[in-house]
Design a protein around this ligand. Structure first.
Ligand SMILES: [Zn+2]
Length: 440
């Protein structure tokens, strides 16, 4: 899963560079004050050592005194430039230290910041912010220098069963079964090649999943990527088994050992709703005329990530008249797709992208009445309805060498799912797969 590891490596590199820069600065000033040779220059040099050491042997005056953490949930309209000084933090230094890893000015209302206070100190000396399910950003003051790093969150795992039946909406049913939004997304990702969770799930659909609860200090934070799922929608049953082949690739397979991965995702957005379908004779809400609607509109908030539906080369990235900020992809074979009205594009013309890569974000640039994604699909240069076009099937199989292992693994998981075997930690579930990033 190189794409899971890549961002972490990037961050590490970022902090190494930050550490190098930090290491250089004090030595420079040390040189410049060398003639003076006073106590200040000595102190500066030693603080540089502490910084490059990642503070493993920070000198401590009172080892028994524990720092305390204060939680701050960002309210609507509250800005970082006001929050940080309230906790005694220098806004600019903190933002600059964090900038290699995360742009803190972009965090929104509802998110939580935590501030660390040394005993009896009135100013915080560290800030932590949860970047995603697995990583926390820590910005810390060590001897007057602010630096940032990424900490991996370590979870305790407990394998369990979750199930629900859709009454009205998938979200309602899944939420009632204790799934959080991120858990629903990871369930949707298991089936992203088979079912568009936006449009295709019907009342009566049901899911039963074998899944790890991930806890910190005894408190469940979220679920892991499902180990096995049985999803029934209308008359179709979809079984998905998470399995890692001997070459280390983790994917979802159906019960027969066919990979669920397909050349195309059902939808470029994880969740949204269709606000306007493919229609050869539509009344255009902005132009006030009848003209064909050669794509599908998905309503979604500005900033929602838009995913490449398949591996492709970017053939257009940037403004394109009424389409606003626009990305067009040329896929293998006769297929092309495009994505209009983006608030931001995140790919360049000529770039290769992989299925699931974020190519831009939902917006309302060009001719648009509000934020939405206008999604087009071509086969042999002709517009087709992306919701109904027959898509090529992939169907890569479990390698022959892993066949026996897969069958044993599948049988054990299905027996556990059906309550015929006690639930045990599956032999394979060491790695928590980030389904989206792993390109499963
Ligand atoms: Zn449209």
């Amino acid at each position: 899963m190189p794409s899971v590891i890549r961002p972490i490596v990037t961050f590490t590199l970022g902090s190494i560079i930050a550490a190098m820069v930090l290491a250089l600065l004090p030595f420079d000033s040390d040189d410049s004050t060398d003639e003076a040779g006073d106590a200040t220059s000595v102190a500066t040099a030693s603080s540089a050592e502490v910084t490059t050491d990642n503070a493993t042997d920070e000198p401590e005056a009172e080892p028994e005194a524990e720092p305390s953490w204060v939680k701050h949930t960002i309210a609507r309209g509250e800005v970082l430039g006001k929050i940080l000084p309230n906790y005694g933090l220098p806004t600019r230094a903190v933002l600059e230290a964090a900038s290699d890893i995360h742009d803190l000015t972009r965090i929104r209302a509802g998110k939580t910041l935590r501030f660390r206070f040394a005993p009896e100190s009135e100013a915080a000396d560290a800030l932590s912010y949860k970047l995603d399910a697995d990583r926390t950003l820590v910005v810390e003051n060590q001897d007057g220098i602010w630096s940032a790093r990424v900490e991996e969150i370590v979870y305790d795992r407990n394998t369990t069963i979750r199930e629900f039946t859709v009454q009205r909406t998938l979200w309602g049913a899944a939420t009632a079964a204790g799934l959080r939004p991120a858990d629903i997304v990871s369930l949707a990702e298991v089936y992203q090649y088979d079912i568009d969770f936006n449009t295709e799930v019907r009342a009566g659909a049901s899911a039963k999943m074998l899944v790890d609860e991930l806890s910190v200090d005894g408190e469940v934070q979220r679920l892991g990527a499902p180990l096995a799922v049985r999803f029934t929608n209308r008359k179709d049953e979809f079984v998905a088994i998470q399995f890692t082949t001997s070459d280390g690739r983790t994917r979802y397979y159906d019960a027969s050992g066919k990979a669920r991965k397909r050349p195309f995702l059902r939808s470029p957005l994880r969740f949204s709703r269709v606000t306007s379908g493919f229609n050869k004779n539509r009344y255009h809400p902005v132009l006030k005329t009848r003209r064909p609607h050669n794509g599908v509109d998905f309503g979604a908030p500005t900033g929602t990530p838009v995913h490449a539906v398949g591996d492709a080369v970017v053939t257009w990235s940037g403004p394109n008249g009424g389409h606003g900020r626009f990305v067009k992809l040329n896929h293998e074979g006769p297929y092309e797709t495009s994505y209009s009205h983006l608030s931001r594009v995140s790919v360049r013309k000529g770039q290769r992208v992989r299925q699931g890569d974020v190519i831009g974000y939902v917006g309302s640039t060009g001719l648009a009445t509000g934020p939405h994604l206008h999604y087009q699909f071509w086969v042999n240069g002709k517009y087709v309805n992306p919701l109904t076009v027959p898509l090529p099937k992939g169907g890569e199989e479990v390698p022959a060498a892993d066949r026996k292992a897969f069958e044993a693994h599948r049988d054990a998981l299905i027996l556990q799912l059906d309550g015929e075997l006690p639930i045990e930690a599956a032999p394979q579930e060491e790695a928590d797969v980030n389904v989206a990033d792993a390109g499963l």
